[in-house]
Design a protein around this ligand. Structure first.
Ligand code: ATP
Ligand code: MG
Length: 244
């Protein structure tokens, strides 16, 4: 345990079983190779890299959804909550926002009805949604509102650490800016740490404190936003920046 750190990842290697039908031997496709980094308390750490490079796989490994082949993932705080690109797939369409936000408290919490309602209102206020939204189903909200609901759902159990996998890439640019502003505010007010995954370097530049650049499942460079954007050391990072 380390009081200044949220997460430590050490020499993480993991992958998926590929092939392996009835007559062929399954082989493992390695996706992450020797990934090592720390996430500090209150830090917004960006993860960038081309499509297919293993960013979401790293998120899944941290969440325990993909088992490491070797290496270690050390959580110094409560497990993280996740915010996805597409709130449609993460929010149950059959239920109202009130139900969606209250349900985790019902399942895991020790809170009575009035206390649950109070917490739901408090979190709604934090993500700057009007109370009217409580009665709506996800499909009745705008894309930006829907993403605010999924942020609220991630926050309802008061985590210290969020993983956001392309949380704004499905949104219009103006809405993107509002959601980024909200994430920044929550980071400051609640002292949350984020692992923020994006292929949009501009977004990472706006939000993050530090950045990791991933190529073919390896971290090829990490540093402060200033270092990575203004003084990249690796050719690959320069190429990514030039491709913007
Ligand atoms: N469940 C799975 N089973 C087998 N292979 C997978 C699985 N999920 C991902 N992969 C493979 O692992 C590699 C990394 O995928 P991953 O989704 O982590 O990339 P990514 O960096 O998140 O890409 P993107 O920017 O497009 O989201 C890809 O080659 C992908 O095909
Ligand atoms: Mg991905």
């Amino acid at each position: 345990m380390n009081e200044e750190l949220t997460l430590s990842v050490r020499h993480l290697t993991c992958g998926y079983r590929a092939g392996g039908g009835l007559f062929e031997k399954a082989v493992r496709q390695e996706v992450l190779r020797d990934v090592t980094f720390d996430l500090r308390n209150g830090e917004i750490l960006g993860l960038v890299g081309e499509s297919g490079t293993g960013k979401s796989t790293l998120a899944k490994a941290i969440l325990g959804m993909v088992r490491p082949d070797s290496g270690e993932i050390i959580h110094h705080t409560k497990r993280p909550q996740m915010i996805f690109q597409d709130p449609y797939s993460s929010l149950n369409p059959a239920y109202t926002v009130a139900w969606i936000l209250e349900e985790p408290l019902r399942i895991f919490g020790k809170y009575d009805g009035p206390e649950r309602k109070r917490r739901v209102r408090e979190i709604l206020d934090r993500v700057e949604l009007p109370e009217e939204c409580l009665a709506a189903k996800p499909s009745e909200l705008s894309g930006g509102q829907r993403q605010r609901v999924s942020i609220a759902a991630a926050l309802i159990q008061r985590p210290k650490f969020l993983i956001a996998d392309e949380p704004v890439s499905a949104l219009d640019v103006t809405i993107q800016a509002q959601i980024l502003q909200l994430l920044k505010k929550l980071n400051q007010e609640l002292g949350l740490s984020y692992l923020f995954i994006s292929h949009d370097l501009n977004v990472v530049y706006q939000l993050c404190d530090r950045v990791m650049v991933m190529k073919s499942g390896q971290i090829v460079e990490q540093g402060s936003v200033e270092e990575i954007f203004n003084h990249p050391r690796q050719d690959y990072t320069r190429q990514l920046l030039a491709a913007e």
